[in-house]
Design a protein around this ligand. Structure first.
Ligand code: HEM
Ligand code: HEM
Length: 174
């Protein structure tokens, strides 16, 4: 198993990023679906408590993943078509923008935020910072749902390509 990417397959680090983040996003999806469908249930309380820290972790992971992808740009497997190319870019963008807007809003609210006990934001007294809050309030939820829909499309496309048997794309990521 090679650490770096190659023309014919993704390397160990890219695969770890891909599947760890897939798991984390699946969990993140469960937190919001339960919030909508079973609000205030014990399951909702348990899952929602993980939404912010896990979202923060995803923000860290996407930054590292983009750096790794750029370092491997010249030797990664080629996209099978333009839809895959732009689709993957859109996934990257959304996984970065969605938590970023929420973290900005969290800071602007003046409330302390300590994901996994790390004192990331100490909070402050006084007025909230409106320009930091507004974009998140307007877009965080909607873009988050859009991300989940796009992930579903991504999974369906993987199944379609695997069934047609022409391109072995699952093999180069699994
Ligand atoms: C990739 C990471 C994330 C995803 C995919 C995501 C997704 C979502 C989605 C889809 C909703 C809407 C739920 C609804 O319709 O009721 C939501 C709500 C919320 N998220 Fe996130 N989130 C992420 C990260 C974060 C982070 C890092 C924070 C805070 C630091 C956060 C705080 C909130 C809050 C407070 C709400 C409820 C208010 C609202 O709807 O905007 N999220 N999130
Ligand atoms: C069960 C879930 C998933 C399956 C079966 C799956 C499958 C795959 C496969 C087979 C590839 C390789 C495509 C190719 O070589 O052209 C791939 C690449 C990719 N997937 Fe997924 N995926 C899943 C979840 C996700 C999630 C949740 C994301 C969200 C960010 C994601 C983002 C990407 C991206 C950005 C690529 C391009 C390669 C890279 O830059 O890492 N995938 N996926």
């Amino acid at each position: 198993m090679h650490i770096q990417d190659a023309q014919e397959r993704y390397g160990l680090v890219s695969r770890l990023f891909h599947w760890l983040m897939a798991l984390a996003l699946l969990w993140q999806c469960a937190t919001v679906v339960t919030r909508v469908a079973l609000e205030d249930s014990p399951l909702d309380e348990f899952l929602w408590a993980t939404h912010k820290p896990l979202g923060f972790l995803l923000m860290v992971l996407i930054v590292l993943r983009v750096i790794w992808a750029l370092m491997n740009l010249s030797r990664r497997p080629a996209s099978i078509n333009l839809l895959a190319k732009y689709g993957h870019t859109a996934l990257y963008l959304l996984v970065a923008v969605v938590p970023f807007l929420a973290l900005l809003r969290q800071y602007g609210s003046g409330r302390a935020f300590e994901p996994f006990g790390i004192p990331l934001m100490s909070g402050f007294e006084g007025d909230k910072i409106e320009w930091m809050i507004a974009p998140g309030s307007l877009l965080h939820g909607w873009l988050g749902w859009l991300l989940f829909v796009m992930i579903l499309g991504h999974i369906l496309m993987t199944i379609r390509h695997s069934r047609s048997g022409k391109q072995q794309i699952l093999k180069r990521m699994w």
